[in-house]
Design a protein around this ligand. Structure first.
Ligand code: GDP
Ligand code: MG
Length: 443
């Protein structure tokens, strides 16, 4: 999910990230791209407008905070506002003070009500230690009852059903009785859906609701339906009142519009997201984590904060200059190693780097600390002159360094080669950035 949106926003972020100054024009340009990205992701237009307005207002004139560069601050604002847009805090399940807690699942046909009923019951039992009863109140399709019974069997959870000849209201009434007898502290009612919202469906849901006020009315919506999902949420909320949303099929290639618009349009929190067909594929919805994911930041912000706490800016600038002018030496190299070490285990840092998730194999990357130790030893065995002008390191010097560091000549050669490669790469990178600055961006 969210690939297109993430890609667009990440491109924008790359451009603004390093900026030491953010002008109004920079913000405008960034906002144009953000707007475009959101519209393309099928986010509600009104929501897009409000979002862009809020971020722009906050982003203009952000050079007061010392710990982050202005570019980074703008990114942080975008992330904060995205988080806010999706509800801010994670919204927990509301339980009844006096059991049973009644949870009603509503939504259109095929949205995922029955599946989510099972998934939710599974979470309630495993994480909350509850004893749920599943209620088959979709009497219009015999297959619906069977489906719930199959799920119940699979999870070894009780399913209450009176077949297709008893009204849903009566089924729920009896299920409430039954839950008392069997000491079920939660009942989850799987109701019928229609292909479209209609009066009969709404009336039936209202009648069930009237029996006993549910603690939660979860609207289950299919995230793949984009704007439609938002409209559905709005009408369900207006006619029967919902307490929260479960967004399903987020494992598919949804563009993400629903996740970003629902909260703001229907004024109800997304409580869970469905991430697959299996019974364990339901997750609590965390707005902040979702925002990070959309922005492809991993935990880039915490990395930025960590880095800023450890590397002073003067040093960083000095280093940049050195990369550019090719005067980067082994002394700088070792200082870098030490800076990195101060930030914590390398593996953690790599994981926090944006885009790291995309590099195949890196998710399981283990940084060889031993190898790092060898590198350090080799550099420490060099003379000051060798560190600044590695070109003078001939074979007899290599032998001496290897011996002095307790490594082999191959190790020394490898490091020298890596160092050269790195310098080359740095040069290319700074050239590229200069060229990029000259090119005008295409939209
Ligand atoms: P209902 O008509 O609202 O009860 O919908 P169902 O629970 O029967 O689900 C309809 C289809 O969507 C089924 O094939 C489910 O397996 C599938 N489904 C439900 N939730 C998810 C999800 O989060 N991810 C994926 N990939 N499929 C889902
Ligand atoms: Mg169903």
């Amino acid at each position: 999910a969210f690939e297109g949106l993430a890609e667009r926003l990440q491109g924008t972020i790359q451009r603004i990230k390093g900026k030491g100054k953010v002008s109004e024009a920079d913000v405008k340009e960034m906002m144009r791209e953000v707007r475009f990205a959101l519209i393309e992701a099928d986010v509600n237009l009104k929501v897009v407008k409000e979002f862009v307005k809020k971020v722009s207002e906050r982003a203009v004139g952000v050079d007061v905070m010392k710990s982050l560069t202005p570019g980074q601050q703008v990114i942080k604002i975008v992330k904060d506002e995205l988080t806010e847009l999706m509800g801010g805090e994670q919204s927990p399940i509301q339980f009844a003070k006096k059991p049973p807690t009644v949870i009603m699942m509503v939504g259109l046909q095929g949205a995922g009500k029955t599946t989510t009923t099972g998934k939710l019951a599974n979470i309630l039992r495993k994480k909350y230690n509850r004893n749920p009863l599943l209620v088959a109140a979709d009497i219009y399709r015999p297959a619906a009852i069977q489906q719930l019974q199959t799920i119940g069997k699979q999870l070894s959870l009780p399913v209450f059903s009176l077949g297709t000849d008893v009204s849903p209201v009566e089924i729920v009434r009896q299920a409430l009785e039954k839950s008392k007898e069997d000491h079920n502290d939660v009942i989850i009612i799987d109701t019928a859906g229609r292909l479209h919202i209609d009066e009969d469906l709404m009336q039936e849901l209202k009648d069930i609701r009237a029996l006993k006020e549910p603690d939660e009315v979860f609207l289950v919506v299919d995230s793949m339906t984009g704007q439609d999902a938002v409209n559905v949420a709005q009408s369900f909320n207006e006619s029967i009142g919902i307490t929260g949303v479960v967004l399903t099929k987020l494992d598919g290639d949804t563009r993400g519009g629903a996740a970003l618009s629902i909260r703001s349009v229907a004024q109800k929190p997304i409580k869970f997201v469905g991430m697959g067909e299996k019974m364990d594929a339901l997750e609590p919805f965390h707005p902040e984590r979702m925002a990070s994911r959309i922005l492809g930041m991993g935990d880039m912000l915490s990395l930025i904060e960590k880095a800023q706490a450890n590397v002073d800016e003067e040093k960083a600038k000095e280093l940049e200059e050195k990369f550019r002018t090719q005067s980067f030496t082994f002394d700088d190299f070792i200082e870098q190693l030490n800076q990195v070490k101060k930030m914590g285990p390398l593996e953690d840092i790599i994981k926090m780097l944006p885009g790291a998730g995309k590099i195949k194999g890196l998710e399981n990357a283990k940084v060889d600390e031993k190898q790092m130790g060898r590198v350090e030893a080799i550099i420490y065995a060099m003379t000051p002159q060798e560190k600044t002008t590695p070109d003078i390191i001939n074979s007899s010097r290599k032998k001496r360094i290897a011996k002095g560091s307790g490594t082999s000549i191959q190790d020394v050669n490898r490091l020298l080669k890596q160092f050269e490669d790195m310098k080359k790469m740095m040069k290319q990178m700074s050239n590229m950035q200069q060229q990029k600055g000259k090119k005008k961006m295409k939209m």
